[in-house]
Structure formats: structure tokens, C-alpha cells
Design a protein around this ligand. Sequence first.
Ligand SMILES: NC(=O)c1ccc[n+]([C@@H]2O[C@H](COP(=O)([O-])OP(=O)(O)OC[C@H]3O[C@@H](n4cnc5c(N)ncnc54)[C@H](O)[C@@H]3O)[C@@H](O)[C@H]2O)c1
Length: 298
Amino acid sequence: MGILDGKAGLVTGGGRGIGRGHCLELAAQGMAVVVNDVDGDEAQAVVDEITAAGGTAAASDDDIGTRAGCEALVERCASEFGRVDAVINNAGIVRDRTLLKMTDEEFDDVYRIHVKGTFWCGQAGALRMRDQGEGGSIVNTTSGAQMGNFGQTNYAGSKGAIASMTYTWALELARLGIRVNAIAPSATTRMTAQARDPKTGKAADSGRFLDPQLNSPMVAYLCSDEGSWITGQILAVGGDRLGITVQPRYGDTLLMPGGWDVDAIREKFRAAFRARLENFGLAKRPYPFYDGLAPRKD
Ligand SMILES: NC(=O)c1ccc[n+]([C@@H]2O[C@H](COP(=O)([O-])OP(=O)(O)OC[C@H]3O[C@@H](n4cnc5c(N)ncnc54)[C@H](O)[C@@H]3O)[C@@H](O)[C@H]2O)c1
């Protein structure tokens, strides 16, 4: 008996890394899983692993970087298993480069697979769940990079968009009983092996192995009926951590009857907020710019 007995769902990018871990965990918990990966051989290998362990799975090599691929994937889950209870948007790629050097192609490739793939699969899955009338669970995949990460304009921007879509869908789909959350995972995978320090060009891998499958129990819980109280959240998972994410919100606000002109801003803003701006970026340190920014000589 698993917590997902009788449910069916799909995992994009399930042939490797974190997605593979999700497929194995969801199947072990009783879900019938469509293992999707544009690399069909890897998807089939995960299906073989699941069926050898007594689980239920089917492979899909649909490209989730297209609307047709996402719609076919959701349809495959429905036709193969009769229903769609969970959509796990996990597939992703990186094409790291700093803003000053990034090409349109690098930007568009990352945006299409992360943002549009999540949009297309999420929409097709939500339509199916609406028609079933029994609710469901969508789990998107964002990253700490959404907070800002050197060399990742395309990836960080896409992950930020996925976080904002997660909040928006959670608002829109609550009345249908569809929960929408995201994970910000952490694992040693092919993706992290590709990571390069954008300044030195050398491998950025920390050397510490993080088992991809350790991201997956929380995904299983989010897909279970027991997880029905959770929506609109980004869960930080991976390794030994399990955390919630602080929700973005407006901070302290000054009011000026009639509105602010430049002189009023000059007079009040720095006095009120000096020493109170928060630093930004994935690796947060105290805010370093109170004395102003100027072009560096190096
Ligand atoms: N590894 C980490 O530490 C980490 C951290 C934060 C976020 N993430 C996110 O987790 C997710 C999984 O990353 P990973 O580290 O397992 O990467 P990975 O490269 O090991 O696996 C990604 C899989 O997605 C598949 N894929 C790529 N494009 C596809 C497409 N168009 N259609 C179908 N499948 C496609 C790939 O073939 C691959 O098997 C990604 O969204 C990534 O951004 C990973």
C-alpha cells in the first residue's frame, strides 16, 4: 500500500536525474506513471526499472518544448491509465552565459522548455483534471536561481516565471480542487555536471554527491490526498533539507498624500531605507551597495 494507490500522473524529463527519482518514488507509492523524456531510451529504462519492481509505468518521448508534445503527453496518461491526477513539470536545460554575452537562441531555448513547457503541460493537465472533477496536483520545478544567479539570465528568469505561474495557478485552480506547488530541488545530476563558473569557465561542481531521489518524497506527498492542504507553496528540497519559501510580498511603505515627487524622494527615501535594503541573489550577503555603484577598473 502506498499513499498514491489508484492515482495516475506524468513526469516531464523523467529519464534522468531528479525526474527519474520522482518517477521511481511515485511508482513505489502506487501511482501509475508516464515517464516522459525527449531522450526516449532513458525514459524506457526508467519504465523497465519500475515494472521490474512491480510498479506501473509507460514511456513517452514527447518533446515538452512544444504545445503538441505537452498535449500528447497528457493525452497519453489519460489513454494509458484512464485519468490524470498529477502533472510534475520537471524537464529542463541550462545554457549559462552572462547578460552581456547571451544570445537570443540561448535565451529562447531555456525559456521555451522551462516556461512554455510548464505552461503547456500545466494547462493541458489542468483541463483534464477539471473535466474529471476530482481535483489534482500540479508540481512545478523552480530553483534558488530565481532569486538571481550570476550567469543565468535565461534560467533564473525562467525559474522566476515558473514561481509566479505557480502562485497564479494556485489562485485560479483552487476552486477546482487542484493544488499547485513547486519544488526548488538540489541534486547531483547531468545538469549540475555541466555547470561552469561563469568567471573562470571551470567546473562549478562542489564535489559533494546529492542523491537526486531525495527530492522526490515531498513530490509524492504533494500528490497524495494527505497533501490536499498545501497549495501556492515553493518547497526547498534535496539532500537533508525540507523547507518552505518566504512568499514574495511588498515590504515597508512610505505614504505621501498627493504622491511622491523627486524632491520628496530625495528627502525621505534614503533616510527611511538606508541600512534596510535587503541583498539579493542566491548567495545572499549583507547589502553591499550603500555607498553607490560605479564602474570597476578591473
Ligand atoms: N540538479 C539541481 O541541483 C537542480 C537545482 C535546481 C533546479 N533543478 C531543476 O530540476 C529539474 C531537473 O534537473 P536535473 O538536474 O535532473 O537535470 P538533468 O539534465 O539530469 O535531467 C533533465 C531531463 O530533462 C530532459 N529534457 C530536456 N528537455 C526536454 C524536453 N524538451 N522534453 C522532454 N524532456 C526533456 C532531459 O533529456 C533530461 O533527461 C530542472 O527543471 C532543473 O532546472 C535542478
